[in-house]
Write a protein that binds this ligand. Structure first.
Ligand SMILES: *[C@@H]1O[C@H](CO)[C@@H](O)[C@H](O)[C@H]1NC(C)=O
Ligand SMILES: *[C@@H]1O[C@H](CO)[C@@H](O)[C@H](O)[C@H]1NC(C)=O
Ligand SMILES: *[C@@H]1O[C@H](CO)[C@@H](O)[C@H](O)[C@H]1NC(C)=O
Length: 298
């Protein structure tokens, strides 16, 4: 999800070849809205077309750059079956609908590292700018012999990315994690758009844990110099607070500058049978929620 020039954009995992899950041509569907209630479907924004995403365009995130233009980071499954991180830009940044997206030749920008299995490396977060002027992203992974990890990569230009020696968070006991999200919450009534450390700021780390198919979050202290995060709660992410007690999974949030609020989207499989899905012609829903004012823990 993102807000750009007066429009909300929602990009989502979409199978153009069928009603139910199918990983062949996994694409990014694209819808826009002025009010987050009424939505208009556009053509798919990203579809597998190159060696670096030949086996699907998987989850990723939008980042709004300081000049107001958006950039996408997404996981491609490449022709060899490796999960790699790719970048995409609007073809025409003046197009209000941002219908067409360009994937530069230099992709992938982050290949799968040696200590991570080819299918355990995905879901780049929205990037945030540190005080040193470098962009950071979090990427979910399972590191050999270590456990589920939220890795931090830093970059000047979205092209060359360097991995931090230490992950932002390590889930020793949990297996693979997905869709990490880090965002600031500050004292009551005030909220800042992008992660930043400093007096009064606390951060929320949200992760989707494959073991349990649940989304969890924790409040903690993020240090944007060392890129460390110290949770205020118990260390096993599977005992953190849950975002939802139904089937919400793989949620992602974005900052809405028009209302100075953070909005979270969650995917829910709505638990119908495959035969019902086929008859109805669709499966899966998106649910939206907003942090209740003046509270962090609700
Ligand atoms: C992907 O799309 C192409 C072009 O429409 C089609 O030929 C191919 O069968 C699709 N692959 C899968 C696995 O559905
Ligand atoms: C880009 O989009 C703007 C606004 O729709 C349009 O006026 C312009 O012609 C487009 N430029 C190109 C090169 O297509
Ligand atoms: C929906 O997701 C839940 C976990 O969130 C899972 O237990 C259930 O099997 C899924 N249902 C279907 C129909 O895929």
């Amino acid at each position: 999800p993102m807000y750009h020039n007066g429009l909300y954009h929602f990009f989502y995992q979409y199978n153009p070849d069928g009603v139910t899950w199918g990983n062949g041509n996994l694409s990014w569907g694209h819808s826009v809205s002025v009010d987050l209630v009424n939505w208009f479907a556009l053509d798919a924004a990203l579809q597998p077309s190159r060696s670096f995403d030949a086996n699907g365009c998987w989850s990723g995130s939008a980042t709004i750059l300081p000049d107001g233009s958006p950039v996408m980071l997404y996981t491609g499954i490449d022709a060899r079956g490796d999960q790699v991180q790719n970048v995409a830009f609007p073809k025409n940044a003046s197009d209000p609908l941002l219908v067409e997206w360009v994937k530069p030749e230099y992709n992938p920008v982050i290949p799968v590292p040696a200590d991570i299995k080819r299918d355990d490396f995905r879901d780049p977060s929205t990037a945030w700018l540190g005080a040193d002027g470098l962009w950071r992203i979090a990427v979910a992974a399972r590191v050999h012999d270590v456990g589920g990890a939220t890795l931090i990569y830093r970059s000047k230009d979205f092209l060359r990315w360097e991995r931090n020696a230490d992950p932002l968070y390590l889930a020793h006991a949990a297996g693979m994690v997905e869709c990490p999200d880090l965002f600031p919450v500050s004292e009551p009534g005030v909220e800042v758009g992008l992660p930043a450390s400093g007096a009064g700021a606390r951060h929320v780390l949200k992760m989707s844990v494959m073991d349990t198919v649940q989304d969890y979050y924790v409040v903690g202290r993020y240090d944007d110099t060392a890129d460390t995060f110290v949770p205020e709660d118990d260390d096993d992410c599977r005992s953190w607070r849950r975002l939802d007690y139904g089937h919400v999974y793989a949620s992602k949030s974005f900052f809405d500058p028009s209302k100075n609020r953070r909005v979270l989207w969650g995917w829910a499989n709505e638990s119908d049978s495959v035969s019902d899905d086929l008859v109805r012609g669709w499966s899966g829903v998106q649910v939206r929620s907003r942090r209740r004012a003046h509270t962090v823990h609700q």
